[in-house]
Design a protein around this ligand. Structure first.
Ligand code: HPA
Length: 274
């Protein structure tokens, strides 16, 4: 089986291209509760997922379900407001389809954000973390299947998926704006349960600083296709407390909403420096 249906992909790209005034240079995926960046965008085109041929349709609370085109800080961007999670039942092909579309429309950089649990003892709820690296614990790989060499290599290198240039720039931006940021490793797994205490401990021991249910498949597909990647987590809950650790989706969204303006500031300034 092909890992991407290129005919359907091209159909989607052609449909969108016909409506676009300018090709996007950057693709942005906004995590749960992190839609604030949309307010910074001079929107030129907004498409509901349901209008776009072959696009999956979003189901989760807190997600808008729009593909938004426009300018942020002078850069042409395409924003996915409402991502597709594996736990919703989408296949890995569906989860990563928007990244392939973004790349096909011209995006060379993918910027991703997510709400995540924190395992690092230095982290507090509401903190931001620049993703330096990830650990893939999803049960399925988005590149499984026959590889199309026109898109990327069979065995993509993963030594530095998160581009050092953007990490350095983002840290400078945070410093100059007095925004506290950590840097660390994000672990992606399928959910939809939050982790048990023993699982959080395990995830910390194997090298994770944050954990969430997204991002990794999209990043893998972006790297495969030759895009550069920048990513950030908002710590929405802590998985390291000794006491009972009850987490709700509402709590996660609330913490994400609070931190969203700071993350939006970093993304916006970063776009101005590309
Ligand atoms: N675990 C997994 N996914 C999450 C978490 C978490 O603690 N918080 C937000 N998304």
């Amino acid at each position: 089986m092909e890992n991407v249906n290129t005919v359907r992909l091209q159909e989607t790209i052609d449909f969108i291209k016909n409506k676009l005034v300018a090709a996007p240079e950057v693709g942005i995926i906004l995590g749960s509760g992190l839609g604030g960046l949309v307010d910074e965008c001079e929107i030129s085109l907004s498409l509901a997922y349901s209008e776009i041929p072959n696009f999956p349709v979003s189901t989760v609370k807190g997600h808008g379900g729009q593909l938004i085109f426009g300018k942020i800080n002078g850069k042409e961007v395409v924003m996915l407001s409402g991502r597709f999670h594996y736990y919703e039942g989408y296949s890995m092909q569906e989860v990563t389809f928007p990244v392939r579309v973004m790349k096909g429309l011209g995006a060379k950089l993918l910027m991703v954000s997510n709400a995540a649990g924190g395992m690092n003892r230095e982290f507090n709820v509401g903190d931001l973390m620049i993703i330096r690296d990830h650990i893939n614990l999803f049960p399925e790989h988005p590149l499984r299947g026959r590889n199309d060499e026109h898109i990327g290599p069979r065995f993509p290198d993963m030594t530095e998926p998160y581009d050092q240039y953007f990490i350095t720039k983002a840290k400078q931006i945070a410093l100059r704006n007095q925004i506290k940021v950590h840097e660390g490793v994000y672990i992606g797994l399928q959910g939809p349960t939050f982790e048990t205490k023993a699982e959080y401990k395990f995830l910390h021991v194997i090298g994770g600083d944050t954990v969430g249910m997204s991002t990794v498949p999209e990043v893998i597909v972006a790297i495969h296709a030759g895009m550069k990647v920048f990513g950030m987590s908002v710590v929405t809950d802590l998985g390291i407390r000794e006491e009972n650790n009850i987490i709700t989706h509402e709590e996660v969204l609330e913490a994400a909403h609070k931190a969203a303006p700071l993350m939006a500031k970093i993304f916006k300034e970063l776009l101005g420096e590309i």
